[in-house]
Design a protein around this ligand. Structure first.
Ligand SMILES: NC(=O)c1ccc[n+]([C@@H]2O[C@H](COP(=O)([O-])OP(=O)(O)OC[C@H]3O[C@@H](n4cnc5c(N)ncnc54)[C@H](OP(=O)(O)O)[C@@H]3O)[C@@H](O)[C@H]2O)c1
Length: 296
């Protein structure tokens, strides 16, 4: 069945993959950005700051979506730490507004959340584990999750660290690592921070599949392998046939850090795997191969 689809954060590192996946499925798409204008992959962008409530409400009603995928956010720990009130306005109040509008118009709402809702003391977290964020960013996402879950037809997907080449021309940390490896520039990576990384293409496919299903509630979507930042760098070097000796092993800062970085926020994705057994679940290498055409 065709759905009128609204995507926020379409110009983001992840949002661009979501937009491309949505285009593949070919429902009508309203693609929102925060500040960027023009179009992306031929889809017109609507520039809508989530803090401008009247504008959000007007454009929401004009789009008349039956399905909303909310990916827009202040999505880094450092940015949220620098200005917590502004981070709350975008991540919490902006999400609450979309939740209210979705409920009023009986649209289904999927919210993209993060593994950084956990404190990282244990790892392999599943949906029953209590969030305990160590950052302003993580706290805003927890609060936003609550607003979304209060909607009758909603789903919160906590995704792990995502990796792959940026589609937007704005280099990500991943792109910087690729450049460092190719240019033989030193690159420091934590050997004591673990995640379950998932390729952006697979994460986008997973989100769109969950969005279009009847699944409600909370679900974790991470990759099949738990690995450290340093190991990711070594695997990337091997994939690119680059010399890994430029990778410098470091530890997470224990003092002088703005906010403590969680040690291990790997996710247990069993519920997702059992609920969507046909979804692709690529290893690190399989994901890089699948995204090879997008490497610059
Ligand atoms: N990247 C990851 O590894 C990862 C992991 C777990 C969860 N997530 C979650 O995935 C989502 C996307 O992350 P990302 O990495 O793609 O982030 P990103 O690259 O920083 O993109 C953020 C997006 O949000 C938009 N935005 C920012 N402020 C806005 C505002 N005030 N009003 C409306 N839109 C605004 C941006 O629009 P403009 O660029 O046009 O300003 C951009 O499209 C986030 O919810 C994040 O928490 C990401």
């Amino acid at each position: 069945m065709q759905q009128r689809f609204l995507l926020t954060g379409a110009t983001g590192y992840f949002g661009a993959y979501l937009l491309r996946e949505a285009q593949r499925i070919a429902d009508p798409i309203a693609a929102w950005s925060g500040s960027q204008t023009g179009e992306l992959f031929g889809t017109k962008l609507h520039t809508i700051d989530l803090c401008q409530k009247n504008r959000v409400a007007d454009y929401f009603r004009a789009a008349g979506p039956s399905l909303v995928v909310h990916s827009a956010a202040w999505a880094t720990i450092s940015r949220c730490f620098r200005d917590p009130p502004a981070a709350r306005r975008v991540n919490v109040e902006g999400t609450r507004l979309l939740a209210e509008l979705s409920e009023q118009s009986r649209a289904r709402l999927l919210f993209v959340s993060t593994d950084l809702v956990f404190d990282g003391t244990r790892g392999m977290y599943d949906e029953r584990d209590a969030p305990a964020p160590t950052s302003v960013y993580g706290q805003t996402k927890v609060d936003a999750e609550q607003a979304v879950l209060a909607c009758p037809d909603s789903v919160v997907v906590r995704v792990s660290l995502l990796f792959g080449p940026s589609l937007t021309g704005r280099p990500s940390f991943f792109d910087q690592q690729v450049a460092a490896l190719r240019n033989r520039e030193p690159c420091e990576l934590f050997q004591d921070e673990w995640r379950t990384p998932l390729g952006l293409h697979a994460a986008a496919a997973a989100i769109m599949r969950i969005a279009r299903s009847g699944f409600r509630g909370l679900v974790h979507v991470g990759g099949p392998e738990r690995m450290s930042r340093l190991e990711m760098g070594h695997r990337l070097a091997a994939f690119l046939h680059c010399d890994p000796s430029i990778l410098v092993s470091t530890n997470r800062p224990v003092s002088g850090s703005i906010e403590p970085r969680p040690r291990d926020v790997s996710l247990d994705s069993t519920l997702w795997r059992e609920s969507f057994p046909e979804a692709v679940w690529p290893s690190w290498n399989e994901a890089l191969e699948a995204m090879a055409a997008d490497f610059h």
